[in-house]
Design a protein. Sequence first.
Length: 109
Amino acid sequence: MQFLVYGIGEKPASLKPEAMAEMGKFMEEAFRSGIVVATGGLYTNGTRIQLEDAKVTVTDGPFIEAKDLIPGFAVIQVNSKEEAVEWTTRFRQILGDGQSEVVQVYGPA
């Protein structure tokens, strides 16, 4: 099962050196175990493509308000939602206060 994990409405974290070291170990474990499929960050500017009545409109952003910003994401491959929650909880405990969301991805496992 694949899950998309992302932070909600946060600025990219600035971690203390100790937390950065802990995060490095955590990410190394996550990559080594094979759960990380993809990870990255998102720019605040995007391009929106809309089709209405056979007319295509292309509009440059930004569209995301600061309160809704998703600064980073990971796609993880695990055996259950519970396992996805466990990994995300460990990540969140290193990162600190804030919210993360875990959403199952449709498609081949």
